[in-house]
Design a protein around this ligand. Structure first.
Ligand code: BES
Ligand code: ZN
Ligand code: ZN
Length: 517
């Protein structure tokens, strides 16, 4: 027997042993373990591939069977394509192999994101979902050279809002495979879970996610961190004392009591450090009020608290990550409903700073609740104020779901938000704050301001110009997230539904700010 035939015989024996082992483990199929492995497209060769480090070591463990199967099962795996192999390894009855694209992808100047990270998120999300559909309950995940992006892909990909369905998707637990970057993996899990918390709140129906229920959920999430976090659920009486007339003019049409949620996270060792202020629009249902919206698609307005959901979820994540920074989160929470008590077009209301506002369209309610929240935010002498709001349909018309629109009076703040978004892939794009738009909202028959612009054009910009009338801080950014509120199939690593965007960008921004003096 030559050395070659001896080796062949040993390999065959080893494979037979694995197959026997696998068939025995079939009885216990509910506890099956899955594995997701990555494969790169080979540079310069169309029908060839390179295995990741983890995929190579599995391939070695099964004597080259993985690469053999990849070759015979079809064309080389392109980015976004995947394949499942059964019975390949005794520990993993199901192995999903996912295409990562080229190995050298990095930050792309024209796309404004890190293509390599995006490819990893998309591929691992798809792989985990494939295994979830096979009812595999535990999945080990190849880090693919970036454990954080891998964890984000897995956690975001597996999320499904099925709380209210009888038949639920398999609960899948995940574990890092073939890498020692446990810190990166755990960070990615927290980033992904943060965005999933925002998705949970946004997707939930408005009869369940009322202002009170929203505040209670966030309070519950923060309960384990009592020593570093304070939660105030401010009631109607407090809101009245604060003279938040613009916020109250929205909430008064509803039977649900408003809540002004105020969260304080003291993460900085320097107790006196000026806080980062995060402010989110929290309309738990936007019917339009007396300026009633058309019925088609109105159900999506249960997610009109997306600003509040993303900023609160970002704060919860910052706390879980123990970021050394002070953050205050503010969320004016209420419904916008038509009733005998609701605001009427032409009504004039007075905001906390004394400015009067003619409410010509009760559907432009987000800017009213934010006006008072922004005034209140200034009382904390903030380092920067970032507000997020599903503010205008015009924002969706302008950028669609590609990026959040950012209106900022500060190049310093814009640059930091932009840098954070390149890393997370949840992009931002700068929009103008010209006096041109300010003139359109200061043109009011009865009051200092009108809540709608005198022209219908540039609706996202006139809304931002309106908010600026309540800002004196030098570093403020308004994020209009109406366009990124939901996902159909644009972000490949999120299932269809409310997106929770841009929670990870807010977290990354805070994490980077925490590193600055
Ligand atoms: N919540 C809506 C904006 C919105 C629309 C968010 C679609 C997400 C998806 C907001 O309160 C609103 O109704 N804005 C009006 C403003 C208009 C009356 C000036 C709009 O965009 O039509
Ligand atoms: Zn509205
Ligand atoms: Zn709204």
């Amino acid at each position: 027997m030559t050395m070659f035939t001896l080796k062949r015989a040993l390999l065959t024996a080893a494979r037979i042993k694995q197959c026997r082992f696998f068939s025995a483990s079939q009885n216990n199929w509910n506890n099956r373990k899955g594995l997701v492995l990555g494969v790169y497209e080979k540079e310069g060769e169309t029908d060839s591939f390179d295995l990741t480090t983890a995929a190579r070591s599995l391939d070695d463990a099964v004597s080259g069977k993985l690469s053999e199967l990849l070759k015979i099962s079809g064309p080389a795996l392109k980015k976004g394509k995947n394949r499942i192999f059964y019975g390949l390894h005794e520990d993993f009855p199901c192995v999903a192999v996912v295409g990562l694209g080229k190995n050298n992808a990095g930050v792309c100047g024209s796309e404004n994101w890190d293509t390599g990270k995006e490819n990893i998120r998309a591929a691992l999300s798809a792989g985990c979902r494939l295994l979830q559909d096979l009812e595999v309950s535990h999945v080990e995940v190849d880090a693919c050279g970036d454990a954080q992006a891998a964890a984000e892909g897995a956690v975001l990909g597996l999320f499904q809002y099925d709380l209210l369905k009888t038949k639920k998707k398999t609960k899948v637990t995940t574990q890092l495979h073939g890498s020692d970057d446990v810190a990166g993996w755990e960070k990615g899990i927290l980033y992904g879970e943060g965005q999933n918390l925002a998705r949970l709140l946004m997707e939930g129906p408005a009869n369940l996610i009322t202002p009170t229920a929203f505040a209670d959920t966030i309070e519950e999430k923060l309960a384990p961190y009592r020593e570093r976090v304070t939660v105030h659920k401010r009631s109607q009486g407090w809101i009245e004392e604060q003279q938040m007339g613009a916020f109250l003019s929205v909430s008064k049409g509803s039977e649900e009591p408003p809540v002004f949620l105020e969260l304080h996270y003291n993460g900085s060792p320097d107790k006196t450090q000026a806080p980062l202020l995060l402010v989110g629009k929290g309309i738990t249902f936007d019917s339009g009020g007396i300026s009633l919206k058309p019925p088609s698609g109105m159900d999506a307005m249960r997610a009109d608290m997306g600003g509040a959901a993303t900023v609160c979820a970002a704060l919860v994540t910052a706390v879980a990550l123990k970021l050394p920074i002070n953050i205050i989160g503010l969320a004016p929470l209420c419904e916008n409903m038509p009733s005998g008590k609701a605001s009427k077009p032409g009504d004039v209301v007075t905001a906390k700073n004394g400015k009067t506002i003619q409410v010509d369209n009760t559907d432009a309610e987000g800017r009213l609740v934010l006006a008072d929240a922004l005034c209140y935010a200034h009382t904390f002498s903030p380092r920067a104020i970032v507000n997020a709001a599903t503010l205008t349909g015009a924002m969706d018309v302008a950028l669609g779901s590609a990026a959040t629109g950012v209106f900022s009076n500060s190049d310093w703040l814009w640059e930091r938000l932009h840098q954070a978004s390149v890393v997370t892939g949840d992009r931002v794009w700068r929009m103008p704050l010209f006096q041109h738009y300010t003139r359109q909202v200061t043109d009011s028959q009865l009051a200092d301001l009108n809540n709608v612009g005198s022209s219908r054009s540039g609706g996202a910009c006139t809304a931002a110009a309106f908010l600026r009338e309540f800002v004196t801080a030098p570093h403020w950014a308004h994020l209009d997230i109406a366009g990124v509120m939901g996902n159909k199939d644009e972000v490949p690593y999120l299932r269809k539904g409310m997106s929770g965007r841009p929670t990870r960008t807010l977290v990354e921004f805070a994490a980077r700010l925490a590193q600055e003096a």
